[in-house]
Design a protein around this ligand. Sequence first.
Ligand code: NI
Length: 245
Amino acid sequence: MKLQHSTWPEVEAYLGELKAILIPIGSTEQHGPTGMIGTDILCPEIVAERMAEHTRILIGPSLGVGMAQHHLAFPGSISLRPSTLIRVLADVVESLAGQGFTHFFFLNGHGGNIATVQAAFSEIWAGSSFAGAASPLRLRLHNWFQGERVLALSRELFGDGEGSHATPSEISLVLSGYPQDRRSVTLHPEQAPTGPIHDAADFRRRHPDGRMGARSALATPGHGLRLREAATADALDAWKRFVTL
Ligand code: NI
């Protein structure tokens, strides 16, 4: 059940059964010459839709712009500041909390969001904690790419070719939903360089085609279908535990 496709009476009826919502969160940033700029939000959207085929679940609006500061030297990348994302998350949670939602499950597609999302959770809880009040809110970040089934399958499929940005796993998962959008571009070197992350100009100098450590050309729609099932199983386990907390 998608919030954006629902009416308010339908949402009110859902709240009678369940006070939990899943919100896909990602980023809008370059993913090398073969990965789509929306990779990090398309992945959690694909997994969320699959989850909803297995269990009753309300999917909130995607938060598709996140922490992409070090990708800004590549055209098309868009970033928020961490302080902006913290405010956005607090406003989204507090909007829905006022209507009775208590459990917020953020299904995340971007490693760079993790620190800021956790900071936002602390900021949200600070309101009640400093007032000495008990908050009914339960906030959870689940990174689809760090589930145990996904990690095992990525290792099996790609080994050390997985890398850390524009990975064959994330590009495969997108291709599972959009197989017609596969790019045929030859990548040099086949495996991208690794290195530290500083600002945007430094990132582009160290990683000229945008990839980090990844052999992105290993991505296929078939691998993506297997990763989609692994990611869905990991996220469903996490969701089912979370809604009972
Ligand atoms: Ni990514």
